[in-house]
Design a protein. Structure first.
Length: 431
């Protein structure tokens, strides 16, 4: 409960007077009367720690006082027989440190009451049309009472940017989960290396990774796994995972787990038969050198884009050295010709969402890296058949990705235990 109470308090100091309203998500029907596994809204959970669907967090900020209120599903013993435990308002109020809690069935009437004489609403406006309509109904409900002397809010402020800026800087509680997720994910990727061999299907390797997540206590992947062998590795978001592994192929695995909602995101690329060929090793070593250069740029005071720029220089020089590009290094970078083989950025924020909240630019300029930020570092090198590509390089796709915490004196690699060098990977696969 402690970190959630502290976050609510911090948020109250960053908002102008008014009423904050943050909704959770609802269960989504998969087919007939079955639902997808429920996943809470990350910002709602960040502020509440409450993980039941159909809930709303309200904070009332007035001069000198703050009140935190939860609306949630009522206690229902019959539904609990079918679906499991529900907190209900009374228990949730005590367990999660709220000042008051009500049934979600009271939300509309209570919000019309709570919004009276308030100057503004802070909410996730513009994100969900159904939610926007509900907020509009509350404001109109207050306006209908103006002849009795009450006033309605005259501002609606999208609070997502304010919450995102808080979420960008991880507290000590979040880092416990991020470190654990990194260790679990690293072990799962190493398991995949030991398991994979020619003749298997991509989904068999994926199953080994998921099995290891569950075995280690991670009940959910952070995103749909990419298990891409051979030419499939040159497709950035390949997701079919249904092709056979061929002797001589590389296999690229981009997979991550969640612990208490916090993600890990690792990519490793290794030879199906346990030994890199000459061209595969050349491309891999260039990509690894680019990642090391990017990791070295992950320091306080560097711009967000500095790791990407460092990776691009190493990758582009490698493309020139392999004869895939012609001309000078600066010319190839300026002309963007390197994008034939490297077309994405080198990382993203990571936390409760694998592509986490937080702005990358401030007033049009790349923001500076600061202690407490967590990001991925993931250069890639993808060689599809083309007129300027020698046959022995065709269909080689490599990506190497780790998760990094920016610290006051440098960076901490949260996924360092996952095998990465050619020697480490070949040794693991030999076992």
């Amino acid at each position: 409960m402690q970190p959630f109470v502290a976050r609510r308090s911090t948020l109250s100091t960053r908002l102008a007077a008014g009423v904050l309203v943050v909704p959770n998500t609802t269960e989504i029907i998969r087919n007939a009367d079955t639902t997808y596994p429920f996943r809470y809204d990350s910002s709602f959970y960040y502020l509440t720690g409450f993980n039941e669907p159909d809930a709303v967090f309200v904070q009332i900020n007035q001069a000198g006082s703050t009140q935190n209120i939860l609306f949630c599903r009522p206690k229902d013993l019959e539904r609990e027989i079918w679906d499991g435990h529900r907190y209900g308002p009374e228990e949730a109020c005590k367990a999660f440190g709220f000042d008051a809690a009500y049934s979600i069935e009271e939300l509309d009437n209570k919000m019309i009451e709570l919004l009276q004489n308030q100057p503004r609403i802070h909410t996730t406006f513009g994100h969900n049309p159904t939610w926007d309509s509900q907020v509009s109904r509350w404001v109109n409900g207050v306006r209908a009472k103006v002849r009795s002397g009450v006033t309605a809010p005259n501002e609606i402020h999208d609070v997502r940017g304010t919450i995102a800026e808080m979420r960008l800087f991880k507290d000590k509680f979040e880092l416990v989960h991020l470190r654990k997720a990194g260790l679990i994910n690293s072990a799962a990727h190493a398991r995949a290396m030991r398991f994979a061999r020619p003749g298997q299907m991509e989904y068999e390797v994926e199953a080994e990774i998921l099995h290891d997540y569950y075995r280690q206590g991670s009940r959910f992947p952070a995103y749909s796994s990419i298990v891409a062998a051979g030419a499939n590795a040159t497709c950035l978001h390949y997701g079919e995972n249904n092709k056979p592994l061929q002797d001589g192929d590389l296999i690229l695995i981009d997979a991550g787990c969640e612990i208490e909602g916090y993600a890990s995101d690792i990519t490793r690329t290794f030879p199906v038969n346990g030994k890199y060929s000459g061209p595969q090793k050349d491309v891999y070593e260039i990509t690894l050198a680019a990642q090391y250069a990017a990791l070295d740029a992950c320091r306080v005071g560097q711009s967000w884009n500095a790791p990407h720029e460092a990776a691009v220089r190493v990758l582009t020089q490698g493309m020139l050295d392999l004869g895939l590009l012609q001309g000078s290094l600066d010319g190839a970078i300026e002309s963007l010709s390197y994008k034939q083989f490297y077309m994405h950025n080198t990382g993203h924020w990571m936390g409760l969402d694998v592509h986490d909240a937080g702005a990358y630019k401030i007033q049009g300029e790349w923001r500076k890296l600061e202690a407490g930020m967590v990001m991925t570092v993931e250069p890639g090198f993808y060689i599809r058949p083309a007129a300027n590509v020698p046959t022995h390089f065709e269909n080689i796709g490599v990506r190497i990705e780790d998760d990094v915490l920016i610290t006051p004196n440098g960076m901490e690699n949260l996924t360092e235990s996952c095998p990465k060098t050619v020697a480490e990977i070949e040794a693991v696969m030999a076992r």
